[in-house]
Design a protein around this ligand. Structure first.
Ligand SMILES: [Zn+2]
Ligand SMILES: [Zn+2]
Length: 268
């Protein structure tokens, strides 16, 4: 069945109450070989800075304790999802460098200090303008940041702002997206496939199949799959659709990460 789930939030995230041990027991019941816990680390977001404080000291200690406890039963990876902005690079990279992370997801959750879900960014922008701004920011972020393994839910900008913002304008943003993919590939960074889109009624995973095909066409090969679950019931949700898609385009491997190094695992 499925190998791993590489995007999981627990009680240490500002938006989850999920007990960590229950995640690992659920993962074992799903016959997973490994999981990466990837709680949110964010910095300097308007009105939300408090919410997103992650106590890294306690968090890392807890994950490492469980890693030891579950040895031989489940391979637990110390991960984190870093919400990046161009001006927070130094602070976040310093924080990440202090701990022995296996895996870091870099995501763009905010632009100019405003969370994408907050509504401010949509106020004076239509869909086309918002998507252009988003991908310009992602490009800036991936050029500046170095301490990450994969880029998270790369085109999930369609999730926020209501109906009029739904639907990715891939052709209009083709050049920007291409440059993002080329930058990731040249830096040896991967992409994650994030299945949360189905839960947001988008009827797709992030990024869309066109972007994924393009990533492989350009020579990309580092890929992880994550549910972005905030409750244990969402672990590996809709992974069957991703596995079927990857097999249909001839992809044979996904990645695990060990101390930030990708390890290729054959798709079952
Ligand atoms: Zn995210
Ligand atoms: Zn997440």
């Amino acid at each position: 069945m499925f190998i791993s789930d590489y995007h999981i939030h627990s009680e240490f995230s500002g938006d989850s109450n999920q007990n960590m041990k229950e995640i690992f027991d659920k993962a074992i019941s799903l016959n997973l070989e490994e999981v990466a816990i990837t709680d949110h680390l964010e910095y300097d977001i308007e009105g939300m800075t408090e919410k997103w404080v992650l106590n890294l000291e306690k968090y890392v200690k807890k994950v490492l304790e469980y890693k030891e406890m579950y040895k031989g039963k489940l391979d637990i990876k110390l991960g984190v999802e870093v919400g990046i902005q161009p001006h927070t690079r130094e602070h976040l990279e310093n924080e990440v460098s202090k701990y022995p992370f296996d895996f870091v997801i870099a995501s763009t959750h905010a632009i100019n200090r405003y969370d994408l879900a907050w509504g401010e960014l949509q106020k004076d922008r239509n869909k086309e303008q918002l998507q252009k701004l988003y991908f310009e920011t992602v490009l800036d972020n991936v050029k500046k940041y170095n301490k990450f393994s994969v880029y998270g839910h790369m085109d999930f900008i369609t999730r926020y702002g209501g109906e009029q913002y739904r639907g990715l304008e891939y052709k209009k943003n083709f050049d920007l997206i291409d440059e993002i993919l080329k930058t990731l590939i040249s830096k040896g960074k991967g992409l994650e496939i994030n299945t949360s889109g189905y839960r947001y009624k988008e009827d797709r995973f992030y990024p869309c199949t066109d972007i994924l095909k393009r990533y492989f066409e350009l020579g990309g090969e580092i890929l992880t799959i994550g549910s972005d679950s905030h409750i244990k019931e969402h672990l590996t949700m809709d992974f069957n659709i991703v596995y079927d898609f990857l097999k249909s385009i001839g992809v044979k491997y996904i990645c695990s990460f060990d101390k930030m190094n990708p390890v290729f695992k054959k798709l079952k």
